[in-house]
Structures are given as C-alpha cells and as structure tokens.
Design a protein around this ligand. Structure first.
Ligand code: NI
Length: 169
C-alpha cells in the first residue's frame, strides 16, 4: 500500500523518533516495510524514514540503486559510527517536494543498524549512499535537510515554501 508522506510543517517531522522494540513490532514489521518500499518507489525517492509515513520510530529504508540496480537497505535503530570528509551536492526530500538545495555533508559515513530480521549490520558508504544515510538518520532525530542551511539560505527556502506548500497534498 502506498502511504501518504508527511510534509514539512507537520509536527512528527520535528520529533525525535523512538527506538524500535523488535518484540512489539515483529508482527507489523513486514507489512510496514512493504508499505514503506511501495511508498518510496512510488514517489521516486531514494530513502524514506518512518516519521515520513506518520510513525515516530527509528526505522528507515534506502535504495540509491548503485549502477542502476536496486540495493535495498533496511535501517532499524541506526547509528552513525563515524563520518569524515566533506562534499557539497544538491539534495531533496520527499517531505519537501520541489525543494532542492546544495548542501554540505560528510563524504564517508559509517553506519551500524539492524535489518528486518533483527540482525546487526555495519557498513561504510560514500557518494549518494553516504548522503542518504545522514539524511535518513537526521529524519529520525527530528531534523530536515533545510535545518542544516545557514540563516540566509533558510529564509530563501522559507519564501519559496509559501507558494510550494499550496501544491502539496
Ligand atoms: Ni527526507
């Protein structure tokens, strides 16, 4: 099922999400993940965090399709272990459709998380995947990418948002 994606301005996107309790979520997790994948692909995104479908849980999915092929990552209770380097790239977010800004992030990011079976995994990423990892973990901390802009650029985006918001559903 394709779920509605929450948009900037909705309180859940500002809230720090709660850690996933595997025992409590076990029954609902497969369907929730299926819905999150459907929602992300339908919106043509490369990542989606649970608060974007209205759930304040530390859970996100990412598929940046390296070399055009799907590579699905399920991140449950993710933690960024280390980050280094810097790179400026254009970035967007399904919760702010139509907004794209150049944003500096780390170029190499190491993350550890659990997969859908509760198995721990850890990997080092660069490029778009490193950016997506930081972006999605930010969502779980109640942070949007525009929160990382300096004041002047944030004001510019705010002006743009006024008109854009009328087109959001
Ligand atoms: Ni986002």
């Amino acid at each position: 099922m394709v779920l509605r994606i929450t948009k900037q301005g909705e309180p859940i996107l500002k809230k720090a999400a709660q850690p996933v309790d595997f025992g409590a979520l076990k029954k609902d997790l497969p369907r929730l993940l299926r819905d999150m994948w459907s929602t992300m692909y339908a919106a043509k995104g490369v990542g989606l965090a649970a608060p974007q479908v209205g759930l304040a849980l530390r859970l996100a999915v990412i598929d940046v399709k390296p070399e055009g092929k799907s590579e699905r990552l399920v991140l449950i209770n993710p933690e960024i272990v280390s980050r280094e380097g810097a790179v400026v790239q254009e970035e967007g977010c399904l919760s702010l459709p139509g907004v794209y800004v150049k944003l500096k992030r780390h170029s190499i990011v190491r993350v550890k998380a659990f997969d859908e079976r509760g198995e721990p995994w850890e990997r080092t990423a660069e490029g778009l995947l490193a950016r997506a990892l930081e972006h999605e973990v930010d969502h779980l901390d109640g942070k949007l990418f525009i929160d990382r802009l300096d004041m002047v650029r944030r004001l510019k985006v705010a002006a743009l948002l006024k008109d854009l918001k009328k087109t959001w559903t």
